[in-house]
Write a protein that binds this ligand. Structure first.
Ligand SMILES: *Cc1c(COP(=O)(O)O)cnc(C)c1O
Length: 463
């Protein structure tokens, strides 16, 4: 047979689509993807023929290849995965897991119309931000509240509203960079505010702020040192002193808390995170914090504080570009409601649950994982439970140790790097940590409902 003859026996796209295989694919998948997959398989068969091979080109033979390609092209690129890294607020892995309540509320609001900007009692247009104001002010003790897309936006709109073309006095010890590109000096520049840095890296006094005050001062800004600590010979000015200074000179004082917890975490051995309520009580005029760090809600930025100032932010046209959507609202309102009962919040909000989980509960989960793994993989790996350290992540609590238990797995016939990679590319992907020749699965960040799935993924990686 000549090459021409062989090529002429390749199936045609239309012929494939009309076949029973094609009809079945078109029922379950998108036409564009089906056509693309068929074309790719035919193209690769053509290449094989041109290079001298004699592949079987009957549709029944190649249907399997086409179907697996259709599946691959149909998969979403944003995937759920199992976080066995032990980093609770993992920015790369989507930060906070929403609570069941929040998820239910998102589904109920997103799947229909809502009163997002409608006052039901009056039957007329309402304000988007009014729904969430009461619950936030009740929980934080602030006069007023508003919510934007993330905490970076919260800081930006505060600077834009109160300090465009004016000076913002900030301590040199607080010019932080959060992961990615959030750097205080850069955000300041983007907003058109002028950074007036005072003090030194390790020590800043109240008098430093006082001496820097001038006719063009727009704001006093305190920034929480989220992801680092300055230790040793250090001094920072407490927010209460800064608030008093601001009050005297009628300059608003903003505290960018970053994480912003609503629950005092000292009872769990977690120090250095003042609560939003405390900072409001100590006199900060505005406080900004993330919705998806310690709060454990959806990505958002919350601004609480003096009514007069929040009203000014409401009038800033830039707010429109930062406004949050109904799904975020739904998740955020449900999450905030859960804080009305602290005990339930600690139990039901996954971020809080993971951070405060008793060691014995983590060990129990680790044991469960280990015993399931041992059932089928004893020949393939050495396994044990080891004491380990989790991290809060998300730029929170950099110095806090979270003692945990990890399942340590040392593969026998495979390198640990190969195993890690296989797990990472599995379905669902599993993110674990390499330590020496072992792969560690921190039981703190593995959810109970994921234990069996995790075990199956590990098994699959050895097959
Ligand atoms: C995390 C953080 C931010 C940025 O918050 P996003 O919600 O990630 O935009 C800003 N300031 C501080 C101090 C932070 O810790």
């Amino acid at each position: 047979m000549t090459i021409q003859q062989k090529l002429s026996r390749l199936p045609q796209i239309n012929e494939c689509l009309k076949s029973p295989h094609g009809q079945k694919w078109l029922e379950s998948y998108y036409r564009t993807i089906v056509v693309r997959s068929i074309r790719e398989v035919i193209d690769s068969l053509r290449k094989e023929i041109l290079s001298g091979a004699e592949p079987d080109v009957s549709l029944d033979t190649v249907a399997g290849d086409i179907e697996s390609l259709i599946r691959r092209h149909s998969a979403y690129r944003l995937l759920p995965l199992i976080n066995a890294s032990g980093v609770v607020i993992h920015t790369n892995l989507g930060r906070a897991i929403l609570s069941d309540r929040a998820i239910e509320n998102v589904a109920s609001i997103a799947g229909g119309y809502s009163n997002l900007e409608y006052e039901i009692t009056k039957g007329k247009r309402g304000k988007r931000y009014s729904h969430i104001k009461n619950i936030i002010t009740e929980l934080t003790g602030a006069e007023d509240a508003i919510v934007v897309n993330n905490n970076a936006a919260a800081v930006l709109i505060c600077l834009d509203t109160f300090a465009k073309g004016k000076e913002v006095i900030t301590s040199r010890g607080e010019l932080v960079e959060i992961g990615g590109s959030f750097r205080i000096p850069a955000v300041m520049q983007a907003s058109g505010a002028i950074l007036r840095e005072v003090g030194t890296t390790n020590k800043t006094h109240l008098s430093d702020y006082e001496n820097a005050l001038c006719g063009n001062t727009g704001l006093l800004l305190k920034v929480h040192q989220s992801n680092y600590k300055v230790i040793g010979f250090t001094e920072e000015v407490p927010i209460s002193d800064l608030a008093a200074l601001g009050k005297e000179f009628r300059i608003p004082v903003v505290d960018d808390l970053g994480s912003g917890s609503l629950i005092g975490l000292e009872q769990f051995g977690i120090y250095g995170e003042p609560t939003v309520q405390e900072v409001i009580q100590q006199g900060a005029d505005l406080v900004t914090f993330s919705g998806d760090k310690l709060l454990g809600g959806p990505q958002s930025g919350i601004i609480v504080g003096k009514e007069k100032l929040i009203q000014q932010i409401q009038k800033n046209p830039m707010l429109r570009a930062m406004r949050i959507d109904k799904m975020t609202f739904a998740a955020l309102e449900a999450t905030f409601m859960q804080y009305l009962d602290e005990e339930k919040a600690l139990r039901d909000i996954p971020t809080l649950k993971m951070l405060t989980q008793p060691e014995k509960d983590i060990r129990k989960r680790a044991r469960k994982i280990l015993s399931l793994l041992k059932k089928s993989l004893s020949d393939h790996a050495e396994m044990e439970i080891i004491p380990d350290q989790s991290r809060a992540g998300g730029g929170s609590l950099p110095e806090t140790n979270f003692p945990t238990f990890s399942v340590s797995l040392k593969p026998r016939n495979m390198s640990v790097n190969a195993l890690e990679k296989k797990l990472r590319s599995g379905t669902p992907p599993v993110i674990a940590r390499i330590q020496g020749a072992c792969l560690l699965f921190d039981a703190r960040t593995v959810q109970d409902k994921e234990v069996k799935i995790l075990v199956n993924c590990v098994k699959a990686a050895f097959e």
